[in-house]
Write a protein that binds this ligand. Structure first.
Ligand code: ZN
Length: 489
């Protein structure tokens, strides 16, 4: 066997074990009894230590030194393995251990502080998390930019400076659009109660409509919807709220976007480094384009209106146009995860600026709450009323996930670009969507993005699919046209 073949055989087992570790997490959120949590924590820790040992196994270094790539696929496999090997080697084991311990503690302290609206109880441990992540970033960056090193864990090749330029162009136009929309009369919202079984039945129909293969996946309920797994075992979760069936439907469509990306990767890449989505940003582009540009379009919501009338009878929305406005209703709100398509990115933009300043040392953890509240007031026009609606709302920083937030908006930016290219390639798109037929749209995304898995670098996947380098322009044009239309601007 060649060094490359030895390496790939070893890597295949690592990938399989990593899927097992992920499935333990899925089970914990869907099936596991609460009393089993302490044992599950040990099981997670054991899997993490096995995976870590395999990633730093000296044989991997030897194989990498000898392996030769015979084609593009082999070159991409080697690139991914090399990167992961070097990343693990750069961070001292003691620091990695300290980060794991501190973030696990910080997560518990954050949850209690959020429940009690007690920022002061959280800041000391957050300070430790920031300091540890700065140390880790310094080890990874080796003289380069600290924030870029963290960002590259989630979005290979992206830089803070380039994201700052993109987000800087988004912000004034989104703030202006938000203000103009909220000056108009609100569209009518839903009222009444919607049967849970009927919500779940329509949610499954939507998943199948978007091409989710349920012979190789399943849908369960969880508190927070997520997608889990790669290859031929990709599972999603959803949730229901009697007053808000859109929460169920659009959570499902979003997670189906993530799941279809994983399911539609070239079969030949199964259990290899190319066999999962290439970055958080590209992943989010798939969930967002399914959810928003397709799922919340005028054409598709016209079809969904009929489906909802069949499922729930007359639910108080007069016609397809009113339903489209209802689905895309813009409201004031504090919470990122509840934000509409227009305002969502403003939540992300402020988190990006704040966490970048925390990592560079320009913003002290003690000043974070004040900085959050000032920025929120500036962009949203009203004041944060309590910390659980402000700086304590998100789990990310307690878990040390600095560098993760921008990938949500990068996903939206990529989705904007892909939407423009997809609409040019599929001229009958709206007529198809009006019949509930997403097959041409999802086929275009499968062939141009999803099938490649990890073969290309994140930005290159989008540029190859679109025929132009990704920028914020298409997303802005789309949002201004869509909300301008709904609100008569
Ligand atoms: Zn997502």
């Amino acid at each position: 066997m060649s060094a490359y073949e030895d390496l790939m055989a070893f890597q295949r087992q690592t990938e399989a074990l990593s899927q097992v570790a992920g499935r333990l997490g899925w089970d914990q959120e869907t099936m596991m009894a609460e009393g089993s949590a302490p044992q599950r924590a040990e099981e997670h820790a054991a899997m993490a230590s096995v995976l870590h040992a395999r990633r730093v196994d000296p044989r991997v270094g030897d194989w990498l030194a000898q392996a030769e790539a015979s084609d593009d696929v082999a070159a991409a496999n080697l690139r991914h393995i090399q990167r992961s090997y070097e990343r693990t080697a750069k961070v001292p084991a003691k620091l990695a251990e300290e980060i794991a311990k501190t973030t696990s503690l910080a997560h518990r302290i954050w949850a209690k502080a959020r429940a009690e609206n007690d920022v002061a109880a959280y800041l000391p441990v957050l300070e430790k998390v920031v300091k540890l992540r700065q140390e880790e970033a310094a080890a990874l960056a080796q003289g380069g930019d600290l924030y870029d090193a963290l960002l590259n864990d989630y979005e290979q090749g992206a830089t803070g400076a380039e994201v700052e330029a993109m987000f800087g162009a988004l912000r004034p136009r989104l703030v202006a659009l938000r203000g103009a929309v909220l000056d108009q009369p609100k569209s009518k919202g839903l009222s009444g109660a919607f049967d849970e079984a009927a919500q779940l039945a329509l949610s499954t129909k939507l998943a199948l409509t978007f091409g989710y293969d349920m012979t190789k996946g399943r849908i369960d309920k969880a508190v927070h919807p997520f997608s889990s797994g790669s290859g031929i075992d990709v599972r999603i979760t959803t949730r229901t709220n009697p007053a808000d069936p859109f929460n169920c439907f659009y959570s499902t469509i979003h997670e189906v976007g993530h799941a279809c990306y994983e399911q539609n990767i070239n079969d030949a890449y199964l259990l290899t480094p190319l066999g999962s989505g290439v970055s958080m940003g590209v992943h989010e582009s798939q969930s967002r384009i399914y959810e928003n540009q397709i799922g919340r379009s005028r054409a598709f919501t016209g079809w969904l209106y009929g489906q909802m009338r069949d499922a729930f009878g007359d639910f108080g929305i007069a016609d397809e146009d009113a339903f489209y406005a209802c689905v895309n209703r813009v409201n004031d709100g504090f919470i990122r995860t509840e934000a509409d398509e227009l305002q969502y990115n403003l939540h992300v933009l402020m988190r990006f600026d704040l966490e970048r300043a925390l990592i560079s040392g320009d913003l002290a953890v003690q000043d974070l709450e004040a900085a959050w509240n000032d920025r929120f007031k500036a962009d949203f026009g009203f004041a944060v009323d309590k910390p659980s609606n402000g700086v304590l709302q998100d789990v990310h920083w307690s878990e040390g996930l600095m560098g993760y937030f921008p990938t949500y908006t990068l996903g939206n930016v990529f989705a904007g670009c892909l939407n423009e290219a997809m609409r040019a390639a599929v001229p009958t798109l709206d007529a198809d969507l009006a019949r509930g037929d997403t097959s041409k749209a999802t086929a275009w995304l499968r062939e141009n993005v999803q099938t490649h898995g990890g073969l290309f670098e994140p930005k290159d996947v989008i540029a190859r699919a679109c025929g132009f380098a990704p920028s914020e322009g298409p997303l802005l044009t789309y949002l201004e046209a869509k909300f301008g239309g709904i609100y008569g601007l």
